[in-house]
Design a protein around this ligand. Sequence first.
Ligand code: ADP
Ligand code: MG
Length: 403
Amino acid sequence: MRTLDDLLAEGVSGRRVLVRADLNVPLGSDDGVDRITDDGRIRASLPTIRRLAEAGARVVVTAHLGRPKGAPDPTYSLEPVAARLGELLGTAVPLAGDLVGDSARSTVDGLADGGVALLENVRFDARETSKDDAERAALAVELAALVGESGVFVSDGFGVVHRKQASVFDVARALPGYAGGLVLAELEVLRRLTGTPDRPYVVVLGGSKVSDKLAVIESLLPKVDRLLVGGGMCFTFMAAEGLGVGDSLLEADMIDTCKRLLAESGDKIVLPADVVIADKFAADASTESVPAERLREGWMGLDIGSTTAERYGEVLAGAGTVFWNGPMGVFELAPFAEGTRAVARSIVDSDAYSVVGGGDSAAAVRALGLPEDGFSHISTGGGASLEFLEGKELPGIAVLEGS
Ligand code: ADP
Ligand code: MG
């Protein structure tokens, strides 16, 4: 697989380089104006862009934001992202008004050596995510045309490498492809987890749904020493143990699967001993902390309790390697953030090699004020890191290995 270093050794001065970055940041608004609530992914994309620009490349960045329906939609414009990227780079980053049209062409033509431009949301073009190979290939050819004869492609959007999409996969066939610095760094970390991790290897899983994470649970269980479960998914496991879960998040069709996992690996799976329950899903709900067996009708579990957080903390303190994916509770609402904060704090305090994967988990680290450098690595790709850990082939990586 050719890398960014190989490309820089070849020389990029004056050449146009198409960079696929993952700039899909959360936007929030409390006054009608959309603002970036967590710019972690933009910051993670900077080193590769900077190295190319400093080497004199004309950097053309392509990225997506949210899930527009394959047509231009101002709600999902990359405008705030271009502004933030420019601030962080310390140079204006012009945003093309389209993806591969007149505006994109003239924006790219206007780039000087060392300049950086951003193309408008790649998902404004339905071909980006098309299941039809020919449609995707056609868009890839148009993207490639923007960077011309001596142009190359740098794949640096780790958060999207598990997607077989035009700007991730097909474009690496239309142009010489190179793995960017972020993609390489993420792969190195994940290989450490799938190789021979220092033991005990403890995985903390939370988040909303078991069904999202079932595949990774199945493939991790044989490799880990302990699986600490929290978040919305713990209630389906608790139901599998015969406990009532009240109005908590429950995936009834997953109960049998959870029963099987508990029967096969019950010695490794640890479930909450106590939970924080609420009478509604809101910051001003009435709340109570109860033993897991006392969750009752009319109440929903929105966080792990303090006894659970303490027990998980003891396991984490002795861990050699930790992988954490998925918040322990609804951390976005203050009354239900403590479990996630406590578990994250335990990971920070342990000497383990620690990796955080998952968009919401990474956002939680920053939102709850934990030091980012307290973790060995915070992955920018939730889905991509989970698929890697499951042992699946990542199309955006495979295509680079094949070229
Ligand atoms: P990640 O992005 O880190 O992989 P997920 O997307 O799987 O994590 O899940 C994150 C979401 O799970 C958060 O928005 C959080 O509010 C929600 N969540 C956590 N615990 C619960 C719970 N007990 N009930 C409902 N939702 C929960
Ligand atoms: Mg998420």
